[in-house]
Design a binder for this molecule. Structure first.
Ligand SMILES: C[S@@+](CC[C@H](N)C(=O)[O-])C[C@H]1O[C@@H](n2cnc3c(N)ncnc32)[C@H](O)[C@@H]1O
Length: 272
């Protein structure tokens, strides 16, 4: 149903732009989410109509970034889906150490793609800090299209309600209690590079050992999902591992990833 504020033609124009620019697919069912985010954007930017706002974001890449940021869903938490971290600890890391020992390269390269406000990469960083024996090191790239989220991740400050899920020993070891919440220690922060990256493009990374892209492709349609997953393939080393969200699947998708079922969680492996 069209209305004055946001007609069917406006919806088509916006959803096409959003899809082309990010892979995010707005269906008729979630049109109302788009509408409410747009209303907020018009108010915040003092723009009178959705048509005028469309002109602005079509012409100005920075405004477009701000708009894409406003329509993303950024829900996350520390140790989200513990089973993945159990599989990381008990299956992925032991496998990688075996494989990489042969190469003499002692750095495990990780990408948290669609990292939101940083809880996922910090969880990975805490766990790898705990379990990697010397001389093994790790390096994490954490990326998102939400600049607001990336700022939170870089700042490393989390309010009391957001640190739920962090085991108390980790909280004591990797965070300082500050007013209103907790702040990540600088040495843990230094292991993570937060970076703006839109998954519709090649990140240029190569030789990655572990990719986490959880609860991100669920917002894409199948064509965009396949394109993203195949770009991960190019970015990853042979015998590396891919984690996607537990409600996401590569089943039926045209990719070369192998399905790996561990006793903790299911994941994917690049194996050539
Ligand atoms: C629901 S959060 C998931 C956060 C974390 N991976 C987790 O599972 O807890 C999804 C994130 O994907 C990001 N995202 C959506 N489309 C993206 C794109 N095209 N490129 C990069 N990030 C994107 C959103 O900004 C959002 O922060």
């Amino acid at each position: 149903m069209s209305d004055v504020f946001f007609s069917d033609a406006d919806f088509t124009a916006y959803r096409t732009l959003i899809y082309n620019e990010s892979g995010i697919h707005f269906t008729a069912t979630n049109r109302s989410i788009l509408e409410s985010r747009l209303k907020e954007q018009l108010r915040n930017n003092s723009v009178p109509t959705v048509q005028a706002y469309f002109d602005i974001i079509s012409k100005d890449k920075e405004e477009l970034k701000g708009f894409l940021d406003s329509i993303t869903t950024n829900l996350t938490r520390f140790f989200r889906n513990q089973a993945h971290f159990d599989a990381l600890e008990h299956h992925v890391v032991p496998e990688l150490l075996k494989v990489k020992k042969e190469t003499g390269n002692t750095t495990i390269k990780v990408w948290s793609a669609g990292c939101s406000t940083g809880e996922e990469p910090y969880t990975i960083a805490m766990l790898l800090s705990e379990i990697l024996p010397p001389p093994w090191k790790f390096d994490i790239t954490a990326s998102d299209i939400s600049l607001k989220c990336l700022m939170t991740g870089k700042e490393g400050f989390y309010t009391d309600s957001r640190i739920e899920g962090i085991p108390s020993a980790y909280l004591a070891k990797y965070f300082d209690k500050v007013e209103g919440g907790y702040k990540v220690h600088q040495d843990l922060m230094s292991k993570i590079h937060f970076d703006y990256h839109n998954l519709k493009n090649d990140s240029g990374q190569r030789g990655l050992d572990i990719v986490f892209c959880r609860n991100v492709i669920i917002y894409f349609d199948e064509a965009a999902q396949t394109a993203v997953i195949n770009r991960f393939w190019d970015a990853m080393a042979n015998k590396s591992f891919l984690f996607i969200g537990h409600s996401e699947s590569l089943f039926g998708m045209d990719t070369k990833f192998e399905f790996v079922k561990t006793q903790w969680a299911t994941l994917y492996r690049k194996f050539i």
